[in-house]
Unconditional design. Structure first.
Lengths: 103, 164
């Protein structure tokens, strides 16, 4: 299965800009389906980014983050070819991880 | 400008209402000045804060401290969101020593939307997309140098992000 995480990290000068797009329903638990029953909450809670093994960004998310979440941030350091590891875990304990090279 | 004043009055209300509990929390902070307060102190997911229906409680659970408005925070959000399910919101700040950034939507069922921890070396700029149940202020809380700063902006929602 293809990764749920699409991430692009671009080194520019002394900073690296990171954009990530994740496929996830991010169900809030407040929405009803066609039969009028609530769709149970299903959302990513934690998302971490590691550059060469060092955590550079942590996101803690609630149910108000949009479906197929997007996040953008930047950090100092990072060179072309370095590893950037991304991992998320949701409220059901499901998780996914991917590692990309900084461009 | 009127919308900004309205926004700040909301965060002030949150703070005033939470003042009693914050005073208690202050004792804990004095006892361990080097550590960040509460959820911000550890790496655990701040579950209780995310379940809060009430803005001042969420902020207290997350930080245990009061906020002050800051003009050094630039909060970017649309004035009108046609679709409350996907509202792009970003923040940048010139405040030094930022350690966390949180987005709070007081009119949502759970008011705390997202919380970002910023390790040293990471820039205090974050963009994300949030759901807004209805027209609401969006409050961003920036923790910098051990203090809390906030900025707010009202986003008018024409179609809510919580179905129905």
């Amino acid at each position: 299965m293809a990764s749920s995480i699409r991430v692009r990290a671009i080194a520019k000068g002394d900073t690296t800009e990171v954009q990530a797009l994740i496929q996830h329903p991010m169900d809030s638990g407040f929405i009803k389906d066609d039969k009028g029953e609530f769709i149970p909450a299903h959302y990513i809670r934690e998302l971490t980014f590691e550059h060469n093994g060092r955590a550079v960004f942590y996101a803690d998310w609630g149910t108000a983050v949009s479906k197929d979440p997007y996040v953008k941030f930047a950090f100092h350091g990072g060179n072309k070819g370095d590893d950037l590891k991304v991992r998320w875990i949701d409220n059901k304990g499901e998780s996914d991880t991917t590692t990309v090279k900084i461009q | 400008m009127t919308s900004h004043q309205g926004a700040f009055s909301v965060s002030r209300r949150l703070v005033l209402a939470g003042a009693g509990s914050v005073a208690l929390a202050g004792l804990g902070i004095l006892a361990c000045p080097s550590s960040m307060a509460f959820a911000a102190a550890n790496d655990r997911y701040p579950e209780e804060a995310f379940e809060q229906k009430n803005g001042k409680e969420a902020i207290r659970l997350l930080y245990g401290r009061t906020l002050e408005p800051s003009d050094k925070i630039k909060l970017d959000a649309p004035e009108i969101a046609e679709n409350g399910a996907v509202v792009p919101i970003s923040v940048t700040t010139s405040l030094p020593e930022v350690t966390s950034i949180a987005f709070v939507v007081p009119e949502n069922p759970n008011v705390l939307a997202s919380y970002y921890r910023i390790p040293p070396g990471t820039l205090p700029n974050v963009a994300n997309r949030l759901k807004l149940a209805k027209t609401s202020d969006v409050i961003v809380i920036v923790e910098a140098g051990g203090k809390l700063y906030s900025a707010a902006k009202e986003v008018k929602v024409t179609v809510g992000g919580c179905g129905g």
